[in-house]
Design a binder for this molecule. Structure first.
Ligand SMILES: [Cu+2]
Length: 124
């Protein structure tokens, strides 16, 4: 755990998000894992967003799938190397899949809502 904590601190020092977000500590129930990929369910409804900066751990090369239900347009931004930007439109079950190639801390943001939905700690 000391290594993990050091990585998180390093990430905080080295990386800055491009949108501010409210810090949140409550774990989300909107996250499920299947056998080979990390699935994060995101919901945008009536101006509110969930989850609120849920912290998840994964590893380099493991597929990550964001499943979005939304009632509005937005832009999903994955602060990874390389970064990914996905357009969100109104509708349910929008799936965006990517992998992260570089270990570190990866924020997943909604730019229009100006919220961080998840922060991934990606291990090598
Ligand atoms: Cu961003």
């Amino acid at each position: 755990m000391a290594t993990v904590r050091a990585l998180v601190l390093l990430g905080v020092l080295l990386m800055t998000g491009c949108a501010s977000s409210d810090p949140a500590t409550a774990p989300s129930t909107a996250v499920a894992r299947d056998s080979d990929s990390l699935v994060v369910a995101v919901r945008i409804a009536a101006g509110s967003v969930s989850p609120a900066d849920v912290r998840l751990e994964t590893r380099v090369g493991r597929p990550i799938e964001i499943v979005v239900d939304s009632d509005t347009d937005d832009e999903l931004h994955v602060h990874a190397t390389p970064e990914h930007t996905f357009p969100i439109t109104p509708g349910n079950g929008q799936r965006f899949r990517f992998t992260v190639d570089v270990p570190g801390r990866v924020e997943i943001e909604l730019h229009y809502a100006r919220r961080t939905v998840a922060t991934l700690l990606v291990r090598g």
